[in-house]
Design a protein around this ligand. Sequence first.
Ligand code: PRP
Length: 186
Amino acid sequence: MRYDDVSDQLDEILVTEEQLRARIAELARQIERDCDGQDLLLVGVLKGAVMVMSDLSRALTIPLTMDWMAVSSYGHGTTSSGVVRILKDLDTDIAGRHVLLVEDIIDTGLTLSWLRDNLISRGASSVKIFAALRKPEAVKVNIVADYLGFDIPNKFVVGYGLDFAENYRHLRDVAVLSPRVYAESE
Ligand code: PRP
């Protein structure tokens, strides 16, 4: 494993940097075909989507702009309330725009489901979803990713933007966090 200092905290690599790069390149070609000359607005959801936004935007060769939202989910994983609070809103008026929401992961799907409805209500011409990862066993709401990188098992994963207590986001691959790490912090 390439992470000398944290390798004892990771159980296995699930998706490598190379697999992510190759899949994002494929999906970028698909997005370019689907856009068919329309300008695109990429909306990244802080903080997890920073890595995938960076890679996807640079893989695309069509005109595009980028904006960011930060949201906080209440009752995440436990009560499934699906209530989301906006911590940082878009700087862009998205009325009439073609929006691609860019996320690192669909876990329960509650965040993206809420965000998609919110952006549609602002008058966007279209709102599509790009997710680098999805946990099919964890999904609680019907949310279809227009562009999906990889389905992964329902395990605690870190890296490529995903964190545990703000750590590990910078790892280049997606890895399973050893349960020892979160047991120690309890
Ligand atoms: C993660 C991830 C998604 C959301 C997915 O964000 O980046 O936004 O959870 O989970 P869901 O499908 O169950 O709604 P988190 O709230 O951990 O914030 P972060 O991006 O700042 O890490």
